[in-house]
Unconditional design. Structure first.
Length: 255
């Protein structure tokens, strides 16, 4: 019996067919999820949101009365922000995943540029030794808050195109770029400084990297380095002392 020989073109054709099949299955899964939403996840998110609003309403009463004479001031502001968030979520829900994948890198780059812009004299707002806020058109906001969304969208779209990387020769195309992404975000956030947002970003990135079926050793390496770096930063930086934070909390601009 003669064995059938496969040339390089056959391998490329198989890879393209496999990738096309994966895209079709992904599209079918997305369509199924849109027709059958995850009600358990929706219920958990709703409960957390309601608990957050209840906490804001009860804790902010004295401060709201003292500053604005209206006990429901902070509650109403948070509720309006919640309404904007729900409307934005519904809008993203209607947009196809493929379009989000195309826009995700652009959103991340814009957000990263805004993170750097907080250090500019005329745009950045400094308070309590931290440069976390940006003033545009009289509106003060934290670019790092938007990073929690743009980073997840970008990393998710980036990892989705690299799930078929298996050989050691091509693993450098996976672990090295991901390390560069985390390092860039780490440098900018630690210069602000903003350890809380950095912790959320690192944790979210590691979870997505692990779920993407990458080698477990990669996640172990990133996790070990992150924990060691976090402990070092906690003991080194004096501004993270809780007493100092409480004393300077009244000077932090509302975003």
């Amino acid at each position: 019996m003669q064995r059938k020989k496969y040339n390089n073109k056959d391998g490329q054709g198989y890879a393209k067919g496999y990738e096309k099949k994966n895209k079709q299955m992904s599209g079918q899964n997305i369509a199924h999820l849109k027709k059958n939403p995850d009600y358990i996840l929706f219920s958990v998110a709703s409960i957390l949101i309601l608990c957050g609003l209840f906490t804001v309403a009860t804790v902010s009463f004295p401060v709201a009365v003292e500053k604005f004479g209206a006990p429901w001031h902070y509650f109403l502001r948070q509720s309006s922000m919640l309404g904007i968030g729900i409307a934005t979520s519904f809008l993203f829900y209607k947009i196809s995943i493929e379009k989000i994948k195309k826009v995700a890198p652009i959103l991340f780059l814009i957000n990263f540029a805004l993170l750097i812009a907080v250090f500019l004299p005329k745009l950045g707002v400094s308070s309590g030794g931290a440069n976390r806020w940006l003033s545009l058109g009289g509106i003060i906001f934290q670019p790092s808050e938007f990073l929690k969304v743009s980073f997840i969208l970008y990393v998710a779209s980036w990892l989705s195109g690299r799930q078929n990387i298996k050989t050691k020769k091509h693993l450098n195309q996976l672990i090295l770029p991901f390390a560069v992404i985390l390092l860039a975000v780490f440098v900018v956030l630690i210069m602000q400084p903003n350890l809380s947002t950095l912790s959320i970003i690192i944790f979210s990135g590691l979870v997505m990297y692990f779920i993407a079926k990458t080698p477990i050793i990669h996640t172990v390496i990133f996790l070990t380095v992150s924990i060691a770096g976090g402990i070092a930063l906690i003991f080194k930086a004096p501004y993270r002392d809780r007493k100092s934070t409480r004393l300077n909390s009244s000077h932090i601009p509302l975003s």
